[in-house]
Design a protein around this ligand. Structure first.
Ligand code: 3H9
Length: 704
């Protein structure tokens, strides 16, 4: 096997290059070769210093995550980096691209750092269920102070080169192609000044300004249930009390402890699942037709959000509305969305002005869409309306344009059949707010061509979204499964559970919100409309549970009317219980002749999860999702599923599928129709298999 770390002299300075595509991850072989390069530098009489850099676009993307969960193999990165830091000749990092996790830890162990201003520098380990385990928690506080270090370590969020310079994390910022020369100059300068300074041997860093406990409380509130960030704080606290050797040993101990947790396995599963979602066997190798212009039909919340996402990604947008007033309103909404990005520091005000002036056109005529490459419809959810829109799009769109619908449940095959170009019709199901939510269901209809599918995935990537392929059915992947477990909650309410107990049980699992908080946010009218739509198709054995319609009839539509299952006082996002809801539910139970019973928190959680998993198994059998990990990605990125539980399929595997099957069979004793077991689940249990076995069979190992 060829070398993954090369060593070449440039005058009296060695250039050490990590070359392990695609992201220069630090595998066991890279660790061994880096270690050897440091030894060679110490012994090389022709070299006075070295520069470490990465080949390609990334500096180092971190430790090789695919090795996690396997027995650790020497040399360990933490030891390699101590030897690097103690090298008598200075070593400077020339950070040509992202330096993340172990990648930044390599840079922290060097004696000087030069970076390109656009690079991302960060320690995302806590988002993978571990902590920086190669000195990051010990060296970063010594370099930039405990408060700034804690912020980077506990959030896992990267900073850019300029910010890193201001923090003292970088010594210099230099743009390509001068980066390497700047690093060589810095290496020479440090060599001339005498023995290099080891960051790990600097004085103990100070305590954080408000103490460690205040940081712990903040972390507990922002990521409830997640353990990695709390352990990372413990490691940083050790840095403020212990010298380098003891501090690194404590960091390693905590790192190895986290390595063994189910949360680590779940978070690594989430990482690889997100990447695997983009792997589409039937479009592999296809170069999608380029696109620069996006057409959007409809400027409501969704259309304006889609336009904002496209504009933020540097694309040109033409948005059409039915009249000038609506077009102007859409322009204002988009302008406001972009102002939000300015507020969050993601965009400059100057850039916002130039986007609005140069990249966005609003119009009332379909003709304005004749040059668009991808046209996305976001109008009212009605088949007749959508068909009319698609007839118009078919008439004006240029040949080869992709025609997409943002429907969340309508039959895209039927929409496609109403055009003369069904091969170009696809579903792009964005989630609201479309410029914020990362999930994009790419709904591939019967006649959609691979070329248009490839283009839709390229669009998802360009927008910074995770595209997940779905097939056509009522609700696609996410909403179909949601509708099923929501029905399970409705049955529990009718049988005696209170919506508030259900929300508490679900948030206790780590979900961002409970189902009734979600109803209030989405609007109780949305659920009402869905029930009305499905009523004619109800199975004779299906239980009715329409109590939420009573809220709808009272005009309690949730947050938008200030009252739903909860009451939202002025300026309060967090609602308080609406005392009129329980009597109303009680009346419904009475009318249905139901004697309410008690539901424990555990039973609520088991029913909720079992309904989700059972329907997800059917979604797989029906070919609506390609692989279990895609369902996990949908729930993690679109439905507030706690990331550290890995998604519903990973959760099912971690509980044991036999246990889930037992639960479903026992719940079937009071409603055999609703709780009929998905055949796939029975089959997996009979064969002693897991959902992850199906992931492995679908593509390469997820390494979880
Ligand atoms: C760590 O460092 C622990 C330390 O403290 C050490 C303790 C001892 N390993 O994202 P992309 C694969 S923890 C293995 O599409 P991009 C990825 O699966 C680590 N594989 O590229 C994909 O494979 P495939 C901390 C990795 O250009 C391919 O590379 N580091 C790793 O959009 C391309 O990935 C992180 O958390 C890895 N570390 O973005 C950073 N990284 O083609 C994780 C990627 O088969 N990585 N792969 O699907 C990233 O954030 C992005 O990959 C990066 C490039 C920004 C680097």
């Amino acid at each position: 096997m060829s070398a993954l770390v090369t060593y070449q002299l440039r005058g009296s300075i060695a250039v050490v290059t990590i070359d392990n595509p695609p992201v220069n991850a630090i595998s066991q072989k890279v660790r061994a070769e880096l270690d050897a390069a440091v030894t060679r530098l110490s012994e090389d009489t022709n070299a006075v210093a070295a520069v470490i850099t990465g080949a390609g676009k990334v500096f180092i993307g971190g430790a090789d995550i695919s090795e996690f969960g396997k027995p650790p193999q020497a040399p360990f990165l933490t030891e390699v980096l101590t030897r690097l830091e103690d090298c008598p000749k200075p070593i400077v990092a020339a950070i040509n691209g992202a330096a993340l996790g172990g990648g930044l830890e390599v840079a922290l162990a060097t004696h000087g750092r030069v970076a390109v201003s656009s690079v991302s520098l960060g320690l995302p380990e806590v988002t993978l269920g571990v902590l920086p385990g190669a000195g990051g928690t010990q060296r970063l506080p010594r370099l930039i102070g405990t408060d700034a270090a804690l912020d980077i370590i506990t959030t896992g969020k990267p900073v850019k080169g300029d910010t890193a310079l201001a923090l003292g994390l970088m010594d210099e910022v230099s743009e390509q192609p001068d980066l390497l020369d700047a690093a060589l100059r810095l290496a020479e300068k440090i060599a001339q000044a005498g023995a290099p300074q080891a960051t790990g041997l600097r004085a103990l860093p100070a305590q954080p300004a408000n103490g460690f406990d205040s940081i712990r409380s903040k972390v507990k509130a922002s990521a409830p249930g997640q353990v990695s960030a709390l352990k990372a704080i413990d490691a940083v606290e050790a840095a403020t009390k212990l010298g380098r050797t003891e501090g690194l040993a404590e960091e390693r101990r905590l790192f190895l402890e986290l390595m063994e947790t189910p949360q680590r396995a779940a978070l690594i599963h989430a990482f690889f699942s997100e990447r695997k979602a983009a792997h589409q066997p039937d479009v592999a190798g296809l170069m999608p037709e380029p696109f620069t212009e996006i057409g959007v039909v409809g400027g409501g919340t969704m259309g304006a959000g889609i336009a904002t996402a496209a504009l933020s990604a540097g694309l040109t947008v033409t948005l059409i509305e039915r009249d000038q007033a609506a077009a102007d309103k859409a322009f204002e909404t988009i302008s406001g969305n972009l102002a939000g990005a300015v507020k969050r520091g993601k965009l400059s005000e100057e850039a916002r002005q130039s986007i609005l002036a140069e990249k966005l056109t609003t119009s009332t005529s379909y003709d304005a869409l004749s040059t668009s490459d991808i046209l996305i419809e976001a109008v009212f959810e009605s088949m007749d309306v959508k068909k009319q829109v698609f007839a118009q799009l078919d008439a004006v769109a240029k040949p080869g344009a992709t025609l997409a619908t943002n429907t969340s449940y309508l039959d895209i095959n039927e929409i496609a059949a109403s055009t003369t170009r069904p091969q170009g019709v696809i579903g792009l199901h964005f989630f609201s707010p479309a410029h914020v939510m990362r999930l994009l269901e790419v709904v591939v209809a019967e006649k959609t061509s691979p070329a248009h599918t490839a283009r839709a995935f390229a669009l998802a990537k360009r927008l910074g979204k995770i595209g997940v392929r779905a097939g056509v059915c009522d609700g696609f992947i996410g909403n179909r499964i949601l509708s099923h477990y929501k029905t399970a909650t409705d049955h529990m309410v009718m049988d005696g559970a209170s919506p508030y107990d259900i929300d508490a049980a679900v948030t206790a699992l780590g979900f961002a919100m409970g189902p009734f908080q979600v109803s209030d946010l989405a609007g109780i009218d949305i659920g009402h409309a869905a029930r009305q739509r499905r009523k004619p198709f109800r199975h004779a054995l299906e239980r009715s549970a329409d109590y939420a319609d009573r809220l709808f009839e009272n005009g309690w539509l949730g947050r938008k009317t200030g009252r739903g299952f909860y009451i939202y006082d002025t300026n309060s996002q967090k609602g308080r219980i609406n005392p009129d809801v329980l009597p109303l539910i009680e009346a419904e139970r009475k009318a249905a002749g139901i004697k309410p019973r008690h539901f424990s928190m555990e039973e609520i959680q088991r029913r909720y999860m079992a309904a989700m998993i059972n329907e997800a198994a059917r979604v797989l059998t029906d070919g609506i999702a390609q692989r279990p990990s895609d369902i996990d990605v949908v729930f993690l990125s679109g439905y507030g599923f706690p990331r550290w539980r890995g998604g519903p399929m990973h959760f099912a595997d971690s509980q044991g599928l036999a246990k889930v099957l037992d639960d479903i069979r026992s719940f079937a004793s009071d409603d055999a129709h609703f709780w009929s077991v998905a055949p796939l689940l029975e089959e997996l249990v009979a064969n002693g298999q897991t959902f992850n076995d199906l992931n492995k069979a679908s593509t390469k190992d997820t390494n979880s």
